[in-house]
Write a protein that binds this ligand. Structure first.
Ligand SMILES: Nc1ncnc2c1ncn2[C@@H]1O[C@H](COP(=O)(O)OP(=O)(O)OP(=O)(O)O)[C@@H](O)[C@H]1O
Length: 513
């Protein structure tokens, strides 16, 4: 059968009329826009290439992948092209916005179960498709679930943003930390062996909790705390007592996704058959129940921004109340715990407040770290040279964990290490600290997919000077969900010639398809 002729979207900025901003993330700003020749409303995601820190091959691979994806539940870009120092990605406009935005503006306590099962079933269909085609999404979260006015659900942010996201230079220049490991599977955090598509199932479970409660588990904690809690605590879940409004099948579904051992998690295909999804409704149900009453996306976004700016001001006055601060940080940045230097100072001032949680872990810290290695089957005997080196790093981490108070008070931070698929996308070679030189504890920073190193940094505090050692864990994961240490590092990461090279080679006039 002949395929209908596909529309050709222009690859020139002058063919688009930009309207209001409808979203922003760690790596991009999204606008509603008009595609003039086609007289069609689209969304345009604008990424600043100057701030990106990836290599040409990585971007090319992801752009290619994105163009090959074809599923009703995966948001596919119409085209992309360079405009000045930006990359424009033209996409279908999803007028309802993301589930995260809808929650933030209208459902801060989370959604009702029928809405959740309906949305999640669509997301799961997208995952079934992606996994069947050998892709791991790596960034499943409410912020990447978009809804159209008719109730259609699409999983977004597959590909380009994962690759295009800078590894921290933009954030570094603003002296901020970005990212959150809230959605990250334990095996991805540990990086003791390769992770697979089961990592998406974990993130899917976390997203289910996010939609049910209005925020992801551990979201009020600083990134390092999230890491420790994810690795050491029992998996988060819906409580049989506290979460009475949710069905048993929902609780079971979440529990099955959040098995710490990836092998025990179901495949996306199997999960789709879970009885929880039997209660899912039609698209029109979503449109009727949730979307009908919502203000236009641009307006909601503007109100949210105002609210967030107000909260930021309040933060300054209220940061003694750690709960409130954390929650506000969450509301402000979710996909990115977006701490600037001032916020970091506030955070530093709060560190002792986590003592209650830490006290039990203090005693158990080192043992649990050893257990973590055991769980992953890592013993000195069966280590590869690379792993053995990681183990040295892990030992240095262990030393740190034996004194968790130090670790916490160090405002621990993370640096990005890309997934295998994006290997080479992140330029760590010219890091101030030298990618291949031993750091303070004699740990060699490898060009491997995983390593743990530490770096020192000092933070000015309101009163006097705060100094500490921060443990930077480098993850093999989508950049958007990883946290990057930016304070002590310089701007040398960015290689201007490389950036020019990308533009010249890939984006000048070259459309996605
Ligand atoms: N096609 C679209 N239609 C409508 N709104 C969109 C669209 N794409 C993105 N948005 C809005 O913009 C927000 C940010 O977009 P996106 O997640 O792609 O940016 P990002 O920088 O990759 O974010 P992050 O890295 O934090 O995931 C989304 O959460 C969503 O609310």
């Amino acid at each position: 059968m002949e395929r209908p002729l596909e529309k050709r979207y222009p690859v020139n900025a002058k063919d688009y009329k930009i309207y209001e901003e409808v979203g922003d993330g760690v790596s991009a700003t999204v606008y509603r826009a008009l595609c003039i020749p086609l007289d069609e409303i689209v969304a345009i995601k604008v990424l600043d290439l100057e701030k990106c820190n990836n290599d040409l091959d990585g971007i090319r691979r992801e752009v290619l992948t994105l163009s090959l994806i074809d599923h009703p539940n995966v948001l596919r870009a119409h085209c992309s092209f360079a405009a000045g120092h930006n990359l424009w990605v033209v996409m279908p406009y999803m007028a309802g916005g993301s589930c995260l935005h809808i929650m933030k503006s209208d459902y801060p306590e989370g959604f009702e179960e029928p809405f959740i099962s309906t949305v999640l079933r669509e997301v799961l269909k997208a995952l079934v498709y992606l996994h069947a085609h050998g892709h791991i999404h790596r960034d499943v979260k409410a912020g990447n679930i978009l809804i159209d006015t008719d109730g259609a659900v699409k999983l977004a942010d597959f590909g380009v943003s994962a690759c295009m996201f800078d590894s921290g230079d933009r954030q570094r220049s603003r002296n901020t930390f970005v990212g959150t490991p809230c959605w990250m599977a334990p095996e991805v955090m540990q990086q003791l062996h390769c992770y697979d598509f089961k990592a998406d199932i974990w993130s899917f479970g976390i997203t289910a909790l996010e939609l049910a409660r209005g925020h992801a588990p551990f979201s009020k904690y600083p990134p390092m705390k999230v890491l420790l809690m994810t690795l050491q605590n029992a998996p988060p879940g819906l409580d049989y007592e506290r979460d009475k409004r949710f069905s048993k099948s929902f609780k079971e579904m979440v529990a099955t996704c959040l098995a710490k051992d990836p092998k025990k998690r179901p495949t996306s295909e199997k999960l789709l058959k879970h009885r929880f999804f039997k209660n899912a409704r039609s698209y029109s149900y979503l449109a009727r129940t949730i979307l009908d009453g919502l203000a236009p996306l641009g307006e909601r976004f503007r109100l949210l921004k105002t609210k967030e700016a107000d909260l930021l001001v309040q933060n300054k006055a209220l940061y003694e109340d750690k709960e409130q601060l954390s929650q506000q940080e969450y509301i402000r940045g979710i996909s990115a715990w977006n701490f600037n230097l001032e916020d970091l100072k506030s955070q530093a001032a709060l560190i002792h407040d986590y003592d209650d949680i830490l006290s039990a872990e203090d005693q158990e810290g080192s043992k649990k770290q050893r257990d973590m290695h055991d769980v992953a089957g890592l013993s000195a005997e069966n280590m590869s040279p690379e792993t053995a080196c990681n183990s040295v790093a892990a030992t240095s981490q262990e030393e740190g964990l034996s004194d968790l108070h130090d670790l916490e008070s160090s405002l621990a931070s993370f640096t990005i290490k890309p997934p295998q698929a994006l290997k080479g996308c992140f330029d760590v070679v010219e890091d101030d600290e030298g990618a291949n030189s031993p750091n303070q504890k004699g740990v060699t920073q490898l060009e491997s997919e995983r390593f743990i190193t530490n770096s020192s940094r000092a933070l000015d505090q309101d009163a006097g000077r705060y100094e500490g050692t921060s443990y930077s864990l480098n993850f093999n994961l989508n950049a958007t969900t990883v946290v990057h240490c930016s304070i002590a590092r310089g701007e040398k990461h960015i290689r201007p010639h490389l950036r020019r090279h990308w533009r010249d080679q890939l984006f000048n006039g070259a459309a996605l398809r």
